[in-house]
Structure formats: C-alpha cells, structure tokens
Design a protein around this ligand. Structure first.
Ligand code: SF4
Length: 210
C-alpha cells in the first residue's frame, strides 16, 4: 500500500472555484506553521504490474466484492478528469462494444449511482485517512500539483494505525504538518503564507516533482 499526502490552500489555488470546491470536499483542515492548509491522503494499492486479484484466466478473483473504483471503471472518481480511452489500460476490444457508458457527460443511472457513492465515500473517509497518517507518524505533505510525497508503510504498522485512528477527528486535528516544496518561488510564496516547510533533505518518503 502506498500513501500519497497532498496539501493546498485557497490563496495559492490555480484552478477553478469548482475544482477547489471538489478538492476541499475531500480534504481536512490541518495546521501547518501559523497557517492552516487543506490536506488529502490517498491510499493506493501497490499493484504496479497487475492487480493481485486478477486470476490466471484474466478474470477477477473477487468480482462480487470488487471495490467501487473497479465498479466505475473506466469512469473517474475525480469529475475533472476527462474519459480519454487512449489513457486507459483497457485492451482495444473493450472499446468495440455497443454498450453506451456515458453520453453528454452522463453515465447510465446504475453507473451514475456508483460514481456518486464512490465520491461520497471519498469525502466521508477524508478525516479518517488523515488520522491514519497521523497515527503512522507521517507529517510531511507534497504541495498539490507541484510534487508527490509518497510513503510505503509496512503492512503491520498500517493495520495498527487503522485501529488507532478511530473516526479520525481527534488525531487529524492534533498533527502539525509540514510541506515539502523544492522550487524557490513556491517556497517563498508558502513561507509568506506562514506555512511550515520541510527541509530538502533525504527522507523516509519518495519526493517526485510533477
Ligand atoms: S476488477 Fe478490480 S479487484 Fe478485480 S482484478 Fe480488476 S482491478 Fe483487481
């Protein structure tokens, strides 16, 4: 499992107000220095080559219990990511069916309900996921759209942190977060906003500038 933590705030937001509203809805307000920032924690399976649930016959081994993200595929949880089939891993024959997945920006009603459920779960779980990060001792985030900060917690520690996190409200608000930014111009901007920055030094996470 990898954990990606990203921070942002309204005064440094470059996108539209609708995009800010969407991002805020799936974030938690946390302290950083003398400021507050919005924080999003993303938990992603480490299925870099293929999903461990994919069987030798190329069928899903947990099809009836597969997660929401699989049920809405190839649609996106993020409404601002367009469906571009060239960017999907589907084989060409998957796009040759006559089934209509989406038209005029709307999916069919079953798919639409699943997408709604998926987005709501994303919002409902925001505080718990940040609290799990706090229970793991993570306190450095990347700045949204500037860089990724990625952690790879051990499975046993992650399970213990999930137990400790509870509903997330207390742990999420207690942690003082720092932001890892290497670009001098952005560092200056965030410093002026009283946001605490992490040092540019070797760390226990992967730092990947976008
Ligand atoms: S549907 Fe989801 S869980 Fe099943 S094999 Fe595909 S990626 Fe894995």
């Amino acid at each position: 499992m990898s954990v990606i933590v990203e921070a942002f705030d309204e005064s440094n937001w470059a996108g539209s107000s609708l995009q800010f509203s969407h991002a805020s809805g799936r974030s938690v307000t946390v302290r950083s220095g003398d400021a507050t920032v919005q924080l999003i924690a993303l938990f992603a399976g480490r299925a870099l080559e293929q999903c461990p649930n994919l069987k030798d016959d190329n069928l899903c081994g947990i099809y009836e219990e597969r997660p929401l993200v699989c049920r809405i595929y190839p649609m996106e949880i993020n409404p601002f990511i367009p469906l571009v089939k060239e960017k999907k891993a589907c084989p060409p024959e998957a796009w040759q069916s006559d089934d209509v997945i989406c038209t005029d920006g709307r999916a069919d009603s079953t798919m639409e309900a699943l997408i709604h459920q998926s987005r709501q779960a994303d919002r409902d779980d925001a505080a718990t996921k940040v609290a799990i990060c706090a229970a793991l001792g993570l306190n450095v985030a990347g700045w949204k759209d500037d860089a990724l900060v990625v952690y790879f917690p051990e499975r046993a520690r992650l399970l213990e942190a999930i137990d400790r996190a509870g509903d997330g409200s207390a742990l999420a608000s207690e942690t003082q977060w720092r932001v890892r930014v290497d670009k001098p111009s952005l560092r200056n901007r965030l410093t002026h906003a009283a946001i605490e920055l992490a040092d540019n030094e070797p760390a226990h996470y992967i730092f990947h500038e976008l």
